[in-house]
Design a protein around this ligand. Structure first.
Ligand SMILES: [Zn+2]
Ligand SMILES: [Zn+2]
Length: 449
């Protein structure tokens, strides 16, 4: 029988073995988190540039709220009884600051900033544009991550229905601009809190009569968040949903007139849309107009909403501000990129370099380092591999990068004060004056377009 000491020693050895193997394993990405790899950057750059130009063109000013906020900001705005607040927020307590969360969305932050900085005293409406990561602890699946990115346009301080139509129009134009023209715009009105109350009673009465046939989630929604009953994608509930009372029949005159106006403007703007009576968006802060952008080949039950938004007139008061009407949209960047790839849409040359600088020999290497800096300052995208000495290896790399032109500097060229420009497609080489490199290169690159 082993002595106690032997047992202890064995256990200790086992423990250190475990520790060792754990520390040898590479740390992995967290579930639902992704690296945005260099190969994908061209898509991000493309969306970012288009979004920036839209913000500029439509007069939106950039705002960057922080990623970490007080939990109460989202509990009060999005609503206690929503999936996001109930189970999807990354929250932790921070000494002296109470519970803080990684923001699950940015509209509430934008409204908080508007209130905090007294933007109500600026000429109204105030038009704001944001871009950045959001966090939700959801079950990861295609197009759904725990860290995802959105950009959005918010128009704060105006209750005119033309604002709602404008937001929808900007979103539509954005998708046309990036080449995703097969989208469907779903619109609905969920009324104001007053008329919504009446409708929810009606909805609950109807669903109670079908309680036995409802899925477990819907049974819970019936008491907690009845509007979300209309979001259920389960086949058995779809049948019940099809017969459910429609909110548009229950909203008051003011809300109805507002919605009719929005729809009229969309007609005037020649924007095709679908009236979707079951669209509710599921966040507490919406009122009146809500909308979503779906790919038009959206498969049944898929979660691939590309963008969504609407009006949120009541949000300011909920957050302690003065009553202020507002509307906005959030555009899902990952989902939009997925769709661009799915449709095989070319997104420009991205970050691929204009020219490759190859060098042979010590003197050429030194001269190339200087030339590289000169080209970079002239905003010519130049690739190199100064660590390689063989011309063949360097030109292979240039080919791999898809570079159209290569500059070749060897011993002979250094002596002659020249440099070679090689057209990588035709293989044709020209000798040019070294001092005219930038000039000649710019001529060639601009011919490309
Ligand atoms: Zn109303
Ligand atoms: Zn259901």
């Amino acid at each position: 029988m082993p002595t106690r000491a032997e047992v202890d020693a064995k256990a200790e050895a086992e423990k250190s073995k475990v520790k060792k193997s754990a520390s040898n394993k590479s740390p992995q990405l967290l579930r639902g988190f992704k690296d945005i790899l260099p190969v994908d950057q061209k898509y991000w750059e493309f969306i970012r540039k288009t979004a920036d130009s839209f913000a500029n063109g439509y007069g939106f000013s950039r705002i960057d709220p922080p990623i970490l906020e007080e939990a109460s900001l989202f509990i009060r705005s999005i609503g206690k009884q929503t999936d996001i607040v109930e189970k999807e927020m990354f929250s932790f307590s921070d000494t002296g600051q109470g519970t803080v969360v990684l923001r699950p969305e940015a509209t509430a932050s934008v409204v908080r900033a508007y209130i905090n900085h007294g933007m109500i005293s600026l000429p109204q409406p105030v038009k704001l544009y944001y871009w950045g990561p959001m966090f939700r602890r959801e079950r990861p699946q295609s197009g759904r991550q725990r860290q995802f990115h959105q950009f959005g346009f918010e128009i704060l301080g105006d209750d005119n229905p033309v604002i709602d139509a404008q937001i929808i129009s900007i979103t539509n134009n954005f998708y046309q601009q990036i080449g995703l023209n097969q989208i469907s715009i779903q619109v609905n009105s969920i009324g104001c809190p007053d008329c919504r109350k009446v409708y929810i009673q009606e909805l609950v009465t109807y669903y109670r009569s079908k309680r036995k046939m409802l899925c477990e989630d819907c049974k819970k929604r019936l008491t907690k968040n009845p509007l979300r009953l209309l979001d259920c994608k389960k086949q058995s509930c779809e049948v019940i949903k099809a017969e459910a009372p429609q909110i548009i029949d229950w909203i008051d005159e003011e809300c109805k007139t507002h919605f009719m106006k929005v729809v009229e403007y969309l007609d005037e703007l020649n924007i095709s849309y679908i009236l979707n009576p079951t669209l509710v968006r599921g966040l507490d802060y919406y009122s009146k107009t809500v909308f979503e952008i779906w790919p038009s080949d959206k498969e049944e039950g898929s979660q691939s909403v590309l963008a969504g938004g609407g009006r949120y007139d009541g949000l300011f008061e909920v957050l302690g501000g003065q009553p202020t009407p507002a509307a906005g949209v959030a555009i899902g960047i990952e989902r939009t990129i997925l769709q661009l790839k799915h449709k095989e849409i070319k997104v420009g040359k991205g970050l691929s370099p204009d020219v490759f600088l190859a060098q042979i020999g010590d003197q050429a290497k030194v001269k190339s380092l200087l030339l590289f800096e000169q080209l970079r300052k002239e905003k010519i995208k130049v690739a190199e591999n100064f660590a390689k000495d063989s011309l063949k290896a360097q030109l292979e790399l240039a080919n791999k990068l898809g570079v159209r032109y290569a500059l070749i500097l060897g011993q002979k060229e250094v002596m002659d004060g020249t440099i070679l420009i090689r057209d990588m497609e035709s293989g044709v080489q020209e000798i040019i004056d070294f001092n005219k490199t930038v000039q000649e290169l710019k001529k060639k690159i601009s011919n490309k377009f």
